[in-house]
Design a protein around this ligand. Structure first.
Ligand SMILES: C[S@@+](CC[C@H](N)C(=O)[O-])C[C@H]1O[C@@H](n2cnc3c(N)ncnc32)[C@H](O)[C@@H]1O
Ligand code: SF4
Ligand code: SF4
Length: 319
């Protein structure tokens, strides 16, 4: 099949998923921030996976065919004592990987390894010290902005292909920071600013979001994005099975393999790598057909719509 992205290539995954394409991997639940609205488990559990077990997870998932990897949390991956070695190994065995961090602590060795990432997402969630203190519970705004500058600087010096994305959650206390933060981050030289509302909330301050997008129209190396579907959210799901869980899974520091980054905190597990291989766990995984513990819309809602359309054969060749 010539077309690399032909939908028919997705069909076997919808029926007989042999392996996940993407692994969302939390190596630690420890975090150095205290976000009051954290969707992770930070502050409630301090489990950290030993380096040898992390390596085992990376090797097993890569061997079955997984290609993409997100090192996130849980807590914050930078709080893992061997985070640099984890990234080094992921790169060595051929993962395309990205990291999500609050940006508070980036050691020199972590900064060096980061340059092999395809993306680093830094959650800033405020346009000044006071707003950051409200959303992240610590007074580290200046430190984080300085770390973002260090990442940009290192990217330029090493000619790395890393995409530097800053994320910003919009709520009552942060909705007025959209334009100042966009200008500041554009000047620093990040690749993208991504705005989103907190889960369960509607997107606010659409006018400023539209003005912020104009900043990206003026500069092809700078993108400002926000999900349209959070402005006019749908009322209900049209799919009756989560097909995205055939393409990804979440692995937590206690070695459990779980359906996704939302359900990982809500008691869902396919099994533990402590007593089974990844291959066996994946072979016997269950389908997610009840959405009672899911967010709506969850981050994979658009993809689920698309996959559902392919499964119903409503899409023939649109990608
Ligand atoms: C749980 S954090 C873990 C990674 C890292 N500690 C961080 O904060 O970026 C993963 C993502 O969840 C987002 N997040 C946390 N709480 C949220 C909430 N209440 N609503 C929407 N997104 C949230 C963060 O902004 C971050 O992008
Ligand atoms: S930085 Fe990330 S993991 Fe830590 S408390 Fe905030 S959202 Fe949770
Ligand atoms: S939260 Fe989203 S990705 Fe996770 S199982 Fe539910 S529908 Fe699927």
């Amino acid at each position: 099949m010539k077309d690399k992205y032909h939908p028919q290539k997705l069909l076997p995954h919808l029926k007989y998923p042999e392996y996940p394409v993407m692994i969302d991997f939390d190596i630690t639940n420890v975090c150095n921030n205290k976000c009051p609205k954290c969707i992770g488990i930070a502050g409630r559990d301090n489990t950290t996976m030993k380096l040898e077990n992390v390596i085992n997870v990376l090797n097993q998932t890569r061997e079955v065919g997984a290609k993409g990897l997100i090192l996130s949390g849980g807590g914050d991956p930078t709080c893992h004592p061997d985070f640099d070695k984890v990234m080094q190994h992921a790169h060595k065995i051929g993962f395309d990987y990205g990291i999500n961090t609050n940006g508070n602590y980036i050691s020199d060795s972590v900064l060096k390894e980061m340059m092999n990432c395809w993306t680093a997402r830094i959650s800033l969630d405020g346009s000044n010290r006071g707003e950051r203190l409200i959303t992240h519970g610590v007074d580290d705004y200046d430190k984080v902005v300085n770390n973002i500058k260090r990442i940009v600087d290192k990217k330029e010096k090493t000619n790395s292909g890393i995409d530097i994305i800053v994320t910003y959650l919009i709520g009552d206390k942060t909705k007025n920071g959209i334009l100042p933060v966009t200008k500041m981050l554009k000047d620093i030289g990040v690749n993208e600013v991504r705005f989103r509302p907190f889960f369960g909330k509607k997107m606010m301050n659409e006018k400023d979001l539209q003005k912020a997008v104009l900043e990206s129209d003026k500069d092809k190396n700078f993108v400002v994005s926000y999900p349209d579907y959070r402005i006019n959210p749908k009322e209900k799901r049209d799919y009756t099975e989560c097909l995205m869980t055939n393409f990804l899974c979440s692995i937590t520091p206690d070695q459990h393999v779980r359906p996704c980054c939302i359900l990982k905190e809500r008691g869902y597990s396919y099994g533990s790598l402590e007593d089974k291989s990844f291959k066996d766990i994946w072979k016997n995984k269950y389908k997610v057909t009840s959405f009672k513990d899911c967010e709506f819309p969850c981050p994979h809602d658009n993809n689920n719509d698309f996959l559902w359309a392919i499964k119903q054969m409503k899409v023939t060749n649109i990608i």
